[in-house]
Write a protein that binds this ligand. Structure first.
Ligand code: AMP
Length: 280
């Protein structure tokens, strides 16, 4: 695997590869890699793309400074995992490479309703930072296709909007969520769970399954209350348990069989915030 730290070096290499007929599959990450990330790399390789992964812990998407400070960094191990997964290129820039003119967002991204609901409501400014960094990375890498995890369902919708408006030549693929044996969605933040926290963390997925199973049998507000109470009883602090339209993320008061819907949960356990979702 080639590792590039500067925009110039990466750009020169990718230009050469493109001239030789390679198509570029891009996997943006913040490192502390796990099997979820590697499944994005694997999907790009199945598509016969030259797999280009980036690792950059983007400061502008952290609305909570403590979360940024505690974000796990495991670069050596990440490099080994990517090499083993057959990733061809790793882009490992520092902040000056990504934001040469400074990291302040001067022109906010028009993300519409997506910026105000669910993660947008609970993490103000988060999606502005996500759009900013991916916009910049897409300028640098200019891939044919970008691979994103369904685990961050709303992020996929935000980045689809970014692509539609600013990078229409880039295709988007959403890769299904990779889970631990008990259903917990893999996440870099899971490394910070204590043993007792980890032992109950699979409950979020159990709640999503119960929301799915009870569709057509019970009203959503009833199911939501049951899930909320179970999570609180086990020591979680839920932020939201919602049903939404899978395309627009419009919140729905109840199950709606006339459209594609998704159930989404965000909950703290201790000071660790976990999110998950399940398309119904
Ligand atoms: P992150 O490093 O958390 O910014 O994630 C980088 C990419 O990996 C994003 O597109 C995530 O949605 C995706 N991802 C994270 N966790 C998982 C998972 N458990 N399964 C599939 N994709 C994931």
């Amino acid at each position: 695997m080639f590792i590039f730290k500067t925009v110039d070096d990466l750009g020169a290499y990718l230009q050469e590869q493109k001239a030789q007929g390679s198509t570029i599959g891009f996997i943006p990450t913040m490192g502390a890699l796990h099997q979820g990330h590697l499944s994005l790399v694997g999907t790009a390789k199945q598509d016969k793309m030259l797999a280009v992964c980036s690792i950059f812990v983007n400061p502008t998407q952290f609305n909570n400074p403590a979360d940024l400070e505690k974000y796990p960094k495991t670069t050596e191990q990440d490099i080994e995992m990517l090499t083993e997964a057959g990733c061809e290129v790793l882009f490992l820039p520092d902040e000056k490479e990504v934001y040469p003119g400074g990291k302040t967002i001067t022109a906010p991204y028009d993300l519409g309703y997506l910026d105000t609901v669910l993660e947008g409501a609970y993490r103000p400014g988060h999606f502005q930072g996500v759009a900013q960094v991916v916009d910049r990375l897409l300028q640098i890498v200019a891939p044919d296709k970008m691979y994103l995890g369904q685990k961050d369902f709303q992020q996929c919708a935000v980045l689809k909007r970014l692509i539609d408006t600013k990078h229409p030549a880039v295709a988007l693929e959403k890769v299904p969520t990779v889970r631990e044996a008990d259903g917990l969605a893999m996440s870099s933040r899971n490394r910070r769970l204590t043993e007792p926290q980890r032992s109950v963390a699979g409950l979020i997925y159990q709640c999503l399954i119960s929301i799915q199973t009870k569709k057509g049998m019970q009203a959503f507000p009833v199911v939501k209350k049951e899930c909320w109470d179970i999570l609180v009883h086990k020591g979680f602090k839920p932020e939201y348990i919602e049903l939404a339209d899978a395309d627009t993320l419009e919140l729905l008061p109840d199950y709606d069989t006339s459209r594609k819907t998704v159930a989404l949960i965000a909950a703290y356990i201790g000071d660790i915030r976990l999110i998950d979702n399940l398309p119904l």
